[in-house]
Design a protein around this ligand. Structure first.
Ligand code: BDR
Ligand code: CA
Length: 303
């Protein structure tokens, strides 16, 4: 079992990633850390606790960054994830609360306690990781692997023609993480836009008639409607955050290339993840995906 810290900004596809990770025996999710992103930090933390409750799981949750490193907050993507970040399906407050320790200190403490053991899967803005590596730079060489859903290296962005949501939400944090020496694998739009969950599959979830499956199906329907608005006729939604979990379980779902990555921090192309080969290439960039194999694996685990 791989010990995992899952850093989320829950979010509909974050919720799917949480379910996939917690239902996968190869992974031991020791903690969930939260970041602002798909909503304010109060919502993303609450949503993480809600999702855990629906799944009947009690993994500890550590609240993290409430704003980008250097910029103000922008409008939250309510058109994609709903006013509540859960496709407007939030019904009742979770019974549990987040732990008193913050996300950044939790990450540092766990990585130091278990050198070269912990894999961090980060599927929101990279603010928590950047703050952790700025506070304790030596953790960069003590983390086993960092799998990041973020960026659009050889393809178009989803917020601007150049930038992907998690990176543009805190470009300085992403740039810091990519140049920190952390052993990063980028699961960007290059591969996640090829992993489509077809809308017909949601009927199978609803047919299970459990509270969790109904909640996930309803929430994902909302997400699919926003996909349909941006990509008419697409017939489903991309499994961004779940793919980061998937390749942590089975790296053969993707093919990778080694590059260095810098993030554009100003101007029209702000948030763009640019591949270059100055210096020794250190970042693994996923460039191809076995979409069907991954989808079937995801569907076999989600409930
Ligand atoms: C990423 O942005 C967020 O809206 C999703 O949860 C995902 O992490 C996709 O660009
Ligand atoms: Ca996310």
């Amino acid at each position: 079992m791989k010990p995992i810290i899952l850093d989320v900004d829950t979010g509909i596809d974050d919720a799917l990633a949480i379910a996939y990770a917690l239902n996968s025996p190869e992974l031991e999710v020791i903690g969930l850390t939260t970041c602002f992103g798909n909503g304010p930090i109060e919502y993303t933390t609450r949503n993480t606790l809600v999702v855990l409750e629906k799944l009947g799981k009690t993994v500890p949750v550590y609240a993290g960054a409430d704003k980008p490193l250097k910029r103000g907050l922008k409008k939250f993507p309510t058109h994609v994830h709903g006013e509540d970040g859960l496709g407007n399906k939030f019904d009742k407050a979770p019974a549990r609360e987040a732990e008193s320790e913050g996300a950044v200190d939790y990450i540092i403490r766990q990585v130091k306690k278990r050198p070269n053991e912990i894999t961090i899967i980060a599927v929101g803005p990279l603010t928590n990781l950047a703050l952790a590596v700025k506070k304790e730079p030596e953790i960069a060489s003590l983390v086993k692997e960092v799998v990041i859903m973020g960026g659009a290296v050889f393809t178009a962005g989803n917020v601007t023609p150049y930038s992907e949501a998690n990176v543009i939400t805190d470009p300085e944090a992403a740039d810091c993480v990519f140049s920190s020496g952390l052993p990063v694998t980028i699961v960007g739009l290059d591969v996640t836009m090829k992993t489509l969950l077809p809308k017909e599959k949601l009927a199978d979830w609803s047919a299970l008639n459990t509270e969790a499956a109904d909640f996930f199906a309803d929430m994902t329907r909302f997400y699919m409607q926003s996909y349909e608005t941006f990509h008419p006729g697409i017939g489903g939604c991309a499994l961004h955050d779940p793919l980061a979990v998937g390749i942590t379980i089975d790296p053969s779902f993707v093919k990778k290339e080694k590059w260095n990555i810098k993030v554009v921090l100003e101007g029209e192309e702000i948030g763009r993840t640019v591949a270059h080969s100055e210096g020794e290439p250190k970042i693994q960039v996923c460039t191809q995906v076995e979409a069907e194999t991954f989808l079937n694996h995801f569907l076999s685990r989600i409930f």
